[in-house]
Structure formats: structure tokens, C-alpha cells
Design a protein around this ligand. Structure first.
Ligand code: FA5
Length: 344
């Protein structure tokens, strides 16, 4: 092929491609045209692949000419793509109507969960009374959860709280917040007033029992502390929480870490004491365990029981929330049904 024949042929290939590009009107068509002109099956690429079969003396001129055609087509496509994008954008801006006066979609406001509200309220009462806040681990050892709290090995008292054991019994999920008493007594010297909120775990489930629930532990150690101080503090706390008309009842009980021990019931706020599903027909609802700290517990942490005495109590937060809001099934608190939770 002569030089002039070659350049005529390449010139007409380029002109045909540029004319095709100029006729394109939208971005979909642009993409199809690009593939047709520069894709693997395009005439240009087929010719480029055939370069190796040409006589060696024709290859440089043909290679140079094909590269120039490819550059020209690429430049024409880029220019056209920019023009089409601009045209399509201005068409959208002209045609799409955006009404900024339409009302927005409402976003639901978050709110405090009933358990959190009660917990905050309770903490506020005790902080006002001068108690300091302590926390302890949820994964405990038998030592802290039972042994140092005066639960003898293999004593039936351990069965009072069905325990979730971990690592073949080497660790456990704490069954109550009372082990925080031990952590705090080892950390601080008396006099000491502590409040310890937290999550606790028991293998237990019905309308008033949940396998995961919250307790607040409270204890006060000083010289000459008596059961009278315990009664006075709990009465003040219950009346602040439920109002002065709420009745309180202390029942003798047993906890290995307090002596004497008691459970505190309050009159059922749902039925007013007449008996319902919440109070299991008794008119009363148990909300906490309490007592005077056992001298064995003081000895386990190196506090002299001859010099110091103290009271302790452990409150179930879900029970307080159920009584406060008249909820008759503890499981409702954990189903995350927002229509239910929104009421509180
Ligand atoms: C205790 O857990 C003792 N540690 C409390 C204590 C502390 C006594 C300090 C003396 C001195 P008890 O097992 O009774 O005690 O639980 C305390 C409160 O937790 C109960 O009164 C109840 O309100 C609540 N509670 C117990 N088990 C559950 C459960 N499975 N679900 C929800 N609340 C529970």
C-alpha cells in the first residue's frame, strides 16, 4: 500500500468515527458508540491486532497512523461526554421540581428506658444522702460472689441464686451486686457509704424474674450503726420514690452475709394491696433484701467487727420500675417493643 493510500484510508476511518460521535445525543448512546469505536471488536482495534502480520517495512507507518486515529477518537469522545453530561444536568435541573415547603418525615425522639429512669432516680436519692458510687466486674470468681460473703463451700445457701458458670466453673456471672461490697471494702477504709449499680445474672425466668436484671447494692459502715439506721434510710428512700402513703413491711429473712437479715416488701401499687397478677395475689411486692453486715464478712476483708458495724441492702431495679409504672410482666421491659416503651 502506498503512503497516500494509507493516509486516505486512515483519514476516512477517523472522519467516520468523529461524525458518529457528533451525532450522539445521550449518555447511553455515548457508551454504546465508545464500545463500537474503541472496544475489542472495533475496526480500529482489529487493525491494531493485525499489525504484526504486515510486511515489516509497512508496520511503522501503519502503527503511527492507527495511534493518531485512536487519539483523535478518544479526544472526540471525551469532548462529547462532557457536553452530554452538561446538557443532561441542565435538563434535570429544569424539569425536576423540588418542593421545599413539603413537611419533613418525623424522626422519633429517643427516650430513657423505664429501667434507666428508675436507676437514675434511685442513684440521685442516695448520692444526695452522701453515698459514693462504686462498680465491680460482671464476671466474678466464686471467692468474691460467695466465699468472702460468708457462703460456706457446698452450703445450700448457694442454691438460693441459680448461677451461670463459665470456664468449667473457674468463673461465674455475678448473681448479685453484693461482691462489690468486698471490692469496695478492700479498696477503702471505713467509715464508708457506697452505692453500687449493675447488671446481674441468674438462671431464672417468669413474670417477675428475668435471667438478666439490675440491682443496686447499698451499704454504710461506721461506728455504732444499728438496724434502726437501715430502717430509717430505706423508709426515706421508698417514700421519696413512691410517695409517703406507701406501706413498708420488713420480713425476717436469711442471707449468709448479713445477720440479722430482712426482706422489704411494699404495698402493691398496681392493685393498692387487694391482690393482682403483679403481686401474685398477696397485695405486697418484695423489692429488696437487707441486713446488718455479718462480722465474718468484715473479718474476710480485714475490718475489725469490734470497732465497726454496718448495714447493707440490695434492690431489684426491674421490680421498682414495674411497681412505679404498673407493669405486670418483667419480660415486657426487654422485648424492645417501642409502642410499649413509649408510654413511659
Ligand atoms: C440478693 O441478691 C442479695 N444480694 C441482696 C442483699 C444485699 C441482701 C445486701 C442483704 C444485704 P435477693 O436474691 O433477694 O437478694 O435479690 C434482691 C432483689 O433482686 C429481690 O428483692 C428482687 O427485687 C430482685 N430479684 C431477684 N431475682 C430477680 C430476677 N430473677 N429478676 C428480677 N429481679 C430479681
Amino acid at each position: 500500500m502506498t503512503d497516500s493510500n494509507l493516509s486516505n484510508e486512515l483519514e476516512s476511518l477517523k472522519e467516520a468515527a468523529v461524525a458518529k460521535i457528533a451525532a450522539v445525543t445521550c449518555s447511553d448512546e455515548m457508551e454504546n458508540t465508545r464500545v463500537e469505536l474503541l472496544g475489542r471488536k472495533s475496526e480500529l482495534m482489529t487493525r491494531m491486532r493485525g499489525l504484526g502480520k504486515l510486511p515489516p517495512d509497512q508496520r511503522p507507518a501503519m502503527g503511527k497512523g492507527l495511534n493518531e486515529v485512536r487519539d483523535a477518537i478518544t479526544a472526540a469522545i471525551k469532548g462529547k461526554q462532557a457536553a452530554i453530561r452538561k446538557k443532561e444536568l441542565s435538563e434535570r435541573l429544569e424539569n425536576e421540581v423540588f418542593d421545599i415547603t413539603l413537611p419533613g418525615r418525623p424522626i422519633g425522639m429517643g427516650r430513657s428506658h423505664p429501667v434507666c429512669s428508675v436507676l437514675d432516680e434511685l442513684m440521685e436519692i442516695f448520692i444526695e444522702l452522701g453515698f459514693m458510687v462504686e462498680e465491680g466486674p460482671e464476671v466474678e470468681t466464686d471467692e468474691y460472689n460467695f466465699k468472702m460473703l460468708n457462703f460456706p463451700d457446698d452450703h445450700p445457701a448457694r442454691d438460693m441464686q441459680d448461677t451461670f458458670y463459665l470456664h468449667n466453673g473457674a468463673r461465674l456471672l455475678r448473681t448479685h451486686t453484693s461482691p462489690v461490697q468486698i471490692h469496695a471494702m478492700l479498696r477503702h477504709k471505713p467509715p464508708l457509704s457506697v452505692i453500687a449499680p449493675g447488671r446481674v445474672y441468674r438462671c431464672d425466668s417468669d413474670v417477675t424474674h428475668s435471667p438478666v436484671f439490675h440491682q443496686v447494692e447499698g451499704f454504710h459502715i461506721d461506728r455504732h450503726i444499728t438496724f434502726g439506721h437501715l430502717k430509717g434510710t430505706l423508709e426515706l428512700f421508698i417514700h421519696r420514690l413512691y410517695g409517703k402513703n406507701t406501706k413498708l413491711r420488713f420480713r425476717p429473712s436469711f442471707f449468709p452475709f448479713t445477720e440479722p437479715s430482712a426482706e422489704l416488701d411494699i404495698s402493691c401499687v398496681l392493685c393498692g394491696g387487694g391482690g393482682c397478677r403483679l403481686c401474685k395475689g398477696t397485695g405486697w411486692m418484695e423489692i429488696l433484701g437487707a441486713g446488718m453486715i455479718d462480722p465474718n464478712v468484715f473479718e474476710a476483708v480485714g475490718i475489725d467487727p469490734e470497732k465497726w458495724s454496718g448495714y447493707a441492702f440490695g434492690v431489684g431495679i426491674e421490680r421498682i420500675a414495674m411497681l412505679r409504672y404498673g407493669i405486670d410482666d418483667i419480660r415486657l421491659l426487654y422485648e424492645n417493643n417501642t409502642s410499649f416503651l413509649k408510654q413511659y
